[in-house]
Design a protein around this ligand. Structure first.
Ligand SMILES: [Zn+2]
Length: 148
């Protein structure tokens, strides 16, 4: 399994951690390069260092628990009925798309995503937040991380 697949899967785990600790809802950007990733989230305040440590800890807890990552294709209406707008990010999916590829980490994160994922969170190895930056003018938090 490639570093990119591990780093991409880690985006889903990190998002779940940010939802739990910071109460975020929307992802506004993602990028992955080898074992490095960056997740950009909408947030209305600068998080504390302690909160960011807890985000990292929560992500690693789910990695240690080695939760199975489910991938499924389902009708868009059915997905919305089950999870509402949780399946979406801020980048829109065209109206014409009627079936969604769903990545589901039970109890942790669900997202419409057609990329390749690890079969379970343990395969990520570990996640380290290398830096983060809060952009007050845009109201976004950028979290850079490495998987190892
Ligand atoms: Zn994905």
């Amino acid at each position: 399994m490639s570093d990119e697949v591990r780093a991409h899967t880690a985006l889903h785990v990190l998002k779940g951690a940010a939802v739990e600790v910071l109460g975020v809802k929307w992802t506004s950007g993602v990028s992955v390069n080898d074992s490095h990733g960056r997740l950009t989230l909408q947030l209305d305040r600068k998080p504390t260092e302690d909160e960011m440590r807890r985000v990292e800890d929560a992500a690693n807890r789910v990695i240690t628990e080695d939760v199975g990552v489910e991938e499924m294709v389902m009708g868009r209406a059915e997905a919305e009925e089950r999870w509402g707008d949780l399946v979406y990010d801020l980048f829109p999916i065209p109206e014409s798309v009627t079936e969604l590829s769903i990545c589901h980490i039970p109890g942790w994160n669900v997202n419409a995503c057609n990329r390749e994922h690890c079969s379970s969170t343990g395969k990520i190895g570990s996640l380290t937040i290398s830096k983060y930056r809060y952009r007050a003018n845009k109201g976004v938090l950028e979290i850079s991380f490495d998987v190892g």
